[in-house]
Design a protein around this ligand. Structure first.
Ligand code: FAD
Length: 430
């Protein structure tokens, strides 16, 4: 832990977003002695975990007004204990209204976040239905009881951005797609399988969402064809466990007669292309004169995915990293920010942070990692979280948590359809 002789200071801090990241950030900032206001454009806490059946009019392809990307049947892809915050475990409750499963449905996660909000009295810090539309002098937009749009400005010492990054769809670039006469949608707008009844569906992607959704769509569709850039543990061709599912290499092109050609020369005639191709980082309210930009899904430059060196510590981001265990990582990032703002922890000099970022980017380039994977910490998640914990002088991820996650990743490959319901990790829960 770095210490500094400077006096401990209480700051006035704005947190943007009341999802898991914003909630834990608010708690950590207040624990550190700062005053906090959380701005949330929705009318409740939970962010991504607030399920809605609403979808955008063009299926989320060009315009996004709906925040959450949850589908109706979604269950967590991590066991609940490993997913929860480090000092507020996500335990099953003996309440008939709650979902006690080890991999619960999305409503249970929302209820856990509501419990967290109550337990730490965070609700009183949140201004709901208040969208941040401008920074650094925060400009806020809300509505009064007559639905008049109100705009005001408020000054803060620091801003922490916690707005998530699973809302703005990234779609695949496919030669010929402009002439495609079939349907298209992004999984941001997928809710239930019924609209795919008897359809020939091409799903693009090999993420967890692509996998879950393909399986569900296969229960009603005529055929499901998955086009994947990377296949971790599968073989192209007909999938053994299904009558109507095939795995293909990526799409080469499509045409106006609804032919979809794959890179191995095979083709299908499809009704719909479903893009499970990820999301874009998007910060419409950030005006930093180019100090922080989004370039091919790299938000940067950022020191350790959190602080832009030339605006640190006054601007920071929680929750940009992915392929980590999200909630505990948010917890560590926000502890670090809170301590830096109060002077309890010291950041390196601006030049040192810039050098660190440049070294990191060079290492990505040297290993052939595209910019768009900058915030993917999959191969270094233990290292990254241990580094954060060291900055804060607190313990890093517990051994059982790491083990539970590794076991889940392995089981997902070997028993993809049943990994949420068949396991032997009881000793880790204990
Ligand atoms: P969000 O939850 O997206 O919250 C952001 C908040 O910011 C929202 O409430 C939004 O309304 C608000 N906001 C946005 N812009 C503004 C603005 N300008 N002004 C004011 N407020 C604003 N994680 C897991 O740990 N386990 C899982 O099983 C899991 N499954 C997932 C499945 C899917 C399909 C998806 C998409 C994600 C999944 N995740 C999972 C990841 C999940 O998104 C994170 O765990 C976490 O909930 C993200 O929290 P967040 O606070 O960063 O963002």
């Amino acid at each position: 832990m770095s210490t500094t002789p400077e006096p401990i200071i209480s700051r006035h801090v704005a947190v943007i977003g009341a999802g898991a990241a914003g909630l834990v950030t608010a708690r950590e900032l207040r624990r550190e002695g700062h005053t906090v206001v959380v701005f949330e454009r929705g009318d409740q806490v939970g962010g991504s975990w607030v399920y809605t059946s609403k979808v955008d009019s063009d299926h989320g392809l060009t315009r996004t007004t709906v925040h959450s990307s949850l589908y109706h049947s979604l269950r967590t892809n991590l066991p609940r204990e490993s997913m929860g915050f480090m000092d507020y475990p996500f335990l099953a409750k003996e309440d008939p209204d709650r979902d006690p499963r080890w991999y619960p449905g999305h409503r249970e996660v929302l209820m856990y976040l509501q419990d967290f909000t109550r337990e730490f009295e965070i609700g009183e810090l949140i201004r709901f239905e208040t969208e941040v539309v401008h920074r650094p002098r925060l400009r806020l937009r809300g509505q009064d009881e007559n639905e008049m749009v109100l705009e005001e400005e408020e000054i803060f010492d620091a801003v922490v951005v916690c707005i998530g990054h699973y809302t703005h769809p990234q779609v695949a670039c496919i030669p010929g797609i402009n002439k495609w006469r079939g349907k298209q949608m992004h999984c941001h707008s997928y809710r239930v399988p019924e609209p795919f009844q008897d359809q020939v569906v091409v799903v693009i992607g090999s993420s967890e969402s692509a996998f879950d959704i393909s399986q569900e769509v296969a229960t009603v569709a005529k055929e499901v064809h998955i086009a994947a850039r990377t296949v971790l543990d599968g073989v192209f061709g007909k999938q053994l466990a299904y009558d109507n599912m095939w795995l293909h290499p990526m799409i080469d092109s499509v045409n106006e007669d609804c032919y979809v050609y794959f890179q191995d020369g095979s083709f299908v005639i499809a009704d719909i292309i479903l893009h499970c191709t990820g999301y874009k980082y998007h910060f419409p309210f950030l005006e930093t004169n180019g100090v922080v930009t989004v370039d091919d899904n790299r938000v940067g430059p950022l020191y350790k995915h959190v602080f832009p060196p030339t605006l640190a510590p006054w601007l920071s981001f929680v929750g940009l990293t992915y392929k980590t265990i999200p909630f505990p990582t948010f917890e560590l990032q926000s502890k670090w920010i809170a301590g830096v703002l109060s002077n309890r922890f010291t950041l390196p000099s601006q030049e040192e942070m810039i050098e660190d970022v440049e070294t990191f980017y060079s290492s990505l380039e040297a290993s052939g990692t595209p910019k768009r994977y900058t915030h993917c910490v999959a191969n270094n998640q233990v290292g990254y979280n241990t580094w954060l914990a060291d900055q804060c002088g607190c313990p890093a991820f517990e051994e059982w948590r790491k083990q539970m996650c590794y076991d889940t990743f392995k089981r997902r490959l070997t028993q993809p359809q049943s990994y949420r319901d068949e396991w032997e990790d009881q000793h880790l829960v204990l």
